[in-house]
Design a protein around this ligand. Structure first.
Ligand code: PLP
Length: 366
């Protein structure tokens, strides 16, 4: 079976974990500090704060942005549920704005329409590893005095007009979950060049406690700490990040070439000035293709190709968001994407033979 994702792990990660286990410091320690310094360097930001998941990094970002009950945060309905849930975690309201069909990312024109007196932040997502239109989003944020947060869970090493992901917005968050381009099993990172935001994220990470050595608390916090075991894996993955990124881009280009001209299939592309890192290689399948999506998934599965639908339901139609008054028809571009998307394997372990099998199997269904 060709899996939809596969962690790119070698002896280096195994040895690094063993060495941390033998060191006696296995919770947050020197490896976490080293991973933060290296990650900030990768992103070109002043600060990086490691956490135990992408969700905790994003929650910390929303907290650091000062989001409180009664505030509104504008975000995309076409993303993983954690994006909008972190807004709820701060007692604020997610205000969805529709996506652009071509990029699957939040549409700045729709964002503008949703701004009210209560809006405090915009939470953009670089879906599938494709950066958003940050020229427009930064302009809107600046003009309206809003914090721009980037959920960069899927876009490590992506670029937009000379900047790296992590440095597109005021605060960004990453995930190192097992399927992500670089992984620590579980883990997250917040990046920013704003010292106040970084300090708030550090407090959030350990119960509002400024140091591990004191018992002074500045308010509500959580245990969002990364372990040195995870950080040791992350440090090895960071050494491989450029290789993994170029491999994904190369495989994506081969898939796009192979699928060129297939009627009813739209292949993905990067936006203006953006470097897409293909966390997912996601095609759209429309009515012009001979058979429907479910049928394609089944047929590819029977040839040993695992695929994925990210995401089958836009967030506004999920029960706890729909209960806020959202309904079918509110975000037509997101709803259309949810019906049409299909992600194909694009991880760096794919061989040319695997790529050929994926392309030929789809072409056989035409
Ligand atoms: C867009 C997006 N946001 C947030 C998350 C949450 O990250 P994690 O699973 O590491 O908590 C993920 C990943 O799963 C994601 O894809």
């Amino acid at each position: 079976m060709i899996p939809i994702s596969k962690p790119f792990i070698g002896e280096e990660e195994i040895n690094a974990v063993v060495s941390v286990l033998k060191s006696g410091t296995i919770a947050q320690g020197p490896k976490v500090a080293e991973a933060e310094a290296k990650f900030a360097r990768l992103c070109g930001t002043r600060f990086a704060v490691a956490t135990n998941s992408g969700t905790s990094a994003l929650h910390s970002a929303i907290f650091a942005a000062g989001i409180k009950p009664g505030d509104e945060v504008i975000t995309t309905p076409f993303t993983f549920i954690a994006t909008a849930n972190t807004i709820l975690m701060q007692g604020a309201k997610p205000i969805f704005a529709d996506i652009k069909e071509e990029s699957f990312n939040i549409n700045p024109e729709e964002v503008k329409k949703k701004i009210t007196r209560k809006t405090k932040a915009i939470l953009a997502v670089d879906l599938y590893g494709n950066p958003c239109d940050y020229d427009s989003l930064n302009k809107i944020a600046k003009e309206n005095n809003l914090v721009l947060v980037d959920d960069a869970a899927q876009s490590v090493n992506a670029e937009y007009k000379g900047k790296k992901a992590g440095n597109f917005a005021d605060i960004s968050s990453f995930s190192f979950y097992a399927t992500k381009n670089i992984t620590a099993g579980e883990g997250g990172m917040l990046t920013t060049s704003n010292e106040g935001f970084a300090e708030k994220a550090r407090l959030m990470r350990q119960h509002g406690r400024s140091k591990m050595t004191n018992y002074e608390y500045s308010g509500l916090g959580y245990n969002y700490r990364m372990t040195d075991i995870a950080a040791a894996i992350l440090l090895e993955q960071l050494k491989k990040a450029d290789f993994i990124t170029s491999k994904r881009i190369e495989i994506a280009a081969k898939l796009t070439k192979g699928l060129k001209g297939v009627k009813g299939i739209i292949t993905p592309s990067a936006g203006d000035g953006a470097k897409h890192v293909f966390h997912q290689y996601t095609i759209r399948i429309n009515n012009e293709f001979g058979i429907g999506r479910e049928n394609i998934i089944e047929k590819l599965g029977s040839r040993g190709i695992n695929t994925g639908v990210y995401y089958p339901k836009p967030l506004h139609l999920i029960e706890h968001f729909a209960a806020m008054g959202y309904k079918q028809g509110d975000f037509p571009a997101a709803e259309k994407a949810a019906n049409e998307v299909l992600s194909l394997p694009v991880h760096p372990s794919l061989s040319d033979e695997d790529i050929r099998l994926i392309v030929d199997s789809i072409r056989d269904l035409e």
